[in-house]
Design a binder for this molecule. Structure first.
Ligand code: SF4
Length: 696
């Protein structure tokens, strides 16, 4: 079948067949480009684009049968109004007019009684599209004066940390990764969570690169790595300090590069006097010799690349840990080499698009408070919160399943005086608590534009089919809610196409809208070249890599790399009662809670489990396959145990994503995770958590 025409128009074929360009909308760094085949109005095939440099012609196991999701008999096709108790899932079908009237009346009533801040929006990257993920929704929330939502549930701790050292600088472009000869995946399992970025690592390995994985859990990536290091959760900063010290001890520190392109070299050298390798080794429980060998390889097997994931930044000390890791390529001299250096979230690319024209901050009414999305439980149950949250509008997220301290979240969602509106595709754990459920379109049914948090491409998503059932785009739902609440600014009458035009018209020179329209994707040109920082050029206050960050000192934070321990995991008193650390990584076939209701995906991962090392299972009388109760002071969940050295001693690994209804007792591992936020980045600390495990 031919490609779409070069002018970007939908290519039409005989017998009503068309090939339409799209983008995977899910919260995944790969942001794949696909083609949907449409025959007589029905999508019949979805295929990853072979001409997209990252997608490379395939979709992952989560999305490859996406059409099953689009046409699923379980999909919500009509608006619903609750008829039973909250959480019961009892609803009746309603017309759009009735459902929107009820939704809007609830919001209006809450504003009248408690003021606009009593309305709380709740969304994340259930769709990463700039039109359907925000835009009209942002305008709506701004114009009514709703509380703001601090959307930091994912990568913000790490971003804050890396940003201290390197600013919002270009990282190593993933397309350069195949040149690396040593790749360290730190807290990252790309085989499961970024299979297309993983492909680029496999290209490097094919040319002889060594892969080292740092992860307390033996993930799929760790299983196939050349070397797997298993630090105690939350001690990555100690490991990084040990590597830095080992570089100095071995005379491998690239003093010349640091003096030319970094600030604070002498201060760092002095600081590392406090961190002998043996001390760091004891903190992270990795052998001192192993640390020395790794440091030697990072400096001498060039290009060496460290790719940080989000897994290691879910603890209280993570920002400083990531800031410390980001200093390693400086001392190792890795930025001198093409393909060498550091990659995390490519923030220079993710922030290239000016979305202000979509959000329209000028519509903002008042200066409302902001509530953090990872403290939803507190926001919904704190009796002293003034005004209380009495109206919750949720889209592109499933907080009942994924927000920490789940028991408190569920108590909040069950409040009779909370008016909840949920825009969704399926009756999720959160939707079951809604007063009104509004059926939203899926990716083949609407227009959107997608950035990536893994690579440098913007990707266009064109509507391929008419909405299934009565579904409407999120943008249209908020337009209609705005009309009901009397919001008459012309901004609420803009079409999706007009919003797309506006955001592309406002695009900086690094983005080529014509190329995007012509090909369906375009690479953001950051001007970084093959050696982005061989001669410095960091976007920091000093213009150099900041081994010493004066801005931290201004905030009363130690400006040099140091060990910032985790909170709960390092609490020795708590450890006497709750001796095990809990990790909640993503699974291979679910993306957070998305796809956990997929027929194929669920059949392949039919029930939740925890991994427990034999050294921890034996003394507790726990055998492989037993049902266990994992508990702490916040709550307890139950599931099957796999006794295995996939988990290192002292750690329980509870892969997350199954819906609450898959667990005995109706709560998932998030019942045990804390609402504590990191100081820098205001991010959650899911992996900074202590529990005990017992057989049931
Ligand atoms: S979930 Fe990720 S890997 Fe899978 S198709 Fe979407 S973007 Fe690609």
């Amino acid at each position: 079948m031919d490609e779409p025409s070069a002018d970007g128009a939908r290519q039409r074929y005989d017998r009503g067949m068309a090939l339409v360009r799209g983008a995977c909308p899910h919260d995944c760094p790969d942001t794949c480009a696909f083609h949907a085949t449409v025959e007589d109005g029905r999508a019949t095939k979805l295929a990853g684009r072979a001409d997209h440099p990252i997608t490379a012609g395939f979709l992952c196991g989560k999305v490859s049968d996406y059409l099953e999701r689009v046409y699923s008999p379980e999909r919500l096709l009509h608006p619903l109004i609750r008829t039973g108790a909250k959480g019961s899932g009892a609803f009746r079908e309603a017309t759009w007019d009735e459902a929107l009237d009820v939704a809007a009346a609830g919001i209006a009533q809450t504003i009248e009684r408690h003021g606009p801040e009593s309305v709380l929006p709740y969304s994340y990257l259930g769709t990463m599209g700039v039109l359907q993920g925000g835009a009209m929704a942002d305008r709506f929330m701004s114009a009514i004066g709703a509380s703001g939502l601090v959307r930091t549930i994912c990568a913000s701790a790490g971003a804050a940390g890396v940003g201290i050292a390197t600013g919002q600088s270009p990282e190593v472009d993933p397309e350069e990764w195949p040149r690396a000869k040593l790749i360290v995946c730190w807290g990252w399992n790309p085989m499961s969570t970024a299979p297309h970025l993983w492909r680029l690592i496999t290209l490097a390995r094919r040319d002889g690169a060594k892969l080292v994985v740092i992860d307390p859990f033996r993930s799929r990536t760790a299983r196939v790595a050349d070397q797997h290091l298993t630090p105690l959760p939350g001690t990555d900063g100690a490991l990084a300090l040990g590597i830095l010290r080992a570089l100095l001890d071995a005379g491998l520190a690239d003093e010349e590069w640091c003096r030319a392109n970094a600030v604070g070299y002498d201060e760092l050298v002095e600081r590392l006097g406090d961190y002998p390798v043996e001390r760091c080794a004891a903190l992270c429980d990795i052998g001192a010799d192993v640390i020395r060998t790794l440091a030697h390889e990072i400096a001498t097997v060039q290009p060496s690349l460290i790719r940080l994931g989000v897994g290691a930044q879910r603890h209280a000390g993570a920002p400083i840990a990531y800031r410390t890791v980001a200093c390693i390529p400086a001392l190792a001299g890795s930025w001198r080499h093409r393909g060498g250096g550091l990659s995390y979230i490519p923030r220079a690319a993710t922030n290239a698009l000016d979305t202000g024209v979509l959000q329209r901050p000028a519509l903002q009414r008042g200066t409302p408070r902001s509530l953090n999305m990872s403290q939803l439980g507190e926001a919904l149950t704190d009796p002293d919160l003034s005004p209380p949250v009495t109206s919750l509008v949720v889209w592109a997220s499933n907080p009942a399943a994924v927000a920490p301290d789940q028991a408190q979240v569920l108590r909040g969602l069950a409040r009779d005086d909370l008016h909840t509106v949920v825009l969704e595709h399926y009756l999720t754990d959160t939707a079951r608590f809604a007063d009104v459920v509004l059926p939203a379109t899926m990716q083949l049914e609407h227009l959107d534009l997608h950035w990536s948090w893994g690579h440098h491409y913007l990707t266009l998503n064109e509507p391929a089919i008419e909405p299934v059932g009565e579904c409407l785009p999120n943008s249209e739902i908020f337009r209609r809610l705005a009309a009901r609440l009397g919001l008459d600014d012309p901004a609420f009458r803009e079409t999706d196409e007009q919003m797309l035009e506006a955001v592309l018209a406002a695009a900086p020179e690094s983005i080529d809208p014509a190329d995007l329209r012509a090909r369906g994707f375009t690479k953001i040109d950051l001007g970084q070249g093959p050696l982005p920082h061989a001669a410095g050029g960091f976007r920091t206050p000093s213009g150099k890599l900041e081994l010493l960050a004066a801005a931290l000192g201004d905030q009363g934070i130690d400006p040099l790399p140091h060990y910032h321990p985790p909170a709960e995991v390092a609490d020795e008193a708590l450890a006497e009662r709750l001796p095990l650390a809990l990790l909640t990584p993503k699974t291979h076939l679910f993306l957070n809670s998305t796809f956990a209701n997929g027929v194929r995906q669920h059949a392949a991962q039919p029930e939740p489990m925890v991994y427990l090392n034999a050294a921890d299972a034996g003394p507790r009388g726990i055998a492989d396959g037993d049902r266990v109760r994992v508990a702490n002071d916040r709550g307890a969940f139950q599931c099957r145990v796999v006794v295995s050295d996939e988990a290192r001693p002292g750690v329980v690994v509870a892969p997350m994503g199954w819906w609450n209804t898959d667990y005995e007792g109706g709560v998932s591992p998030q019942v045990a995770t804390p609402q504590l936020l990191t100081r820098l980045g205001e991010a959650p600390t899911f992996n900074d958590c202590r529990v005990e495990v017992a057989r049931v």
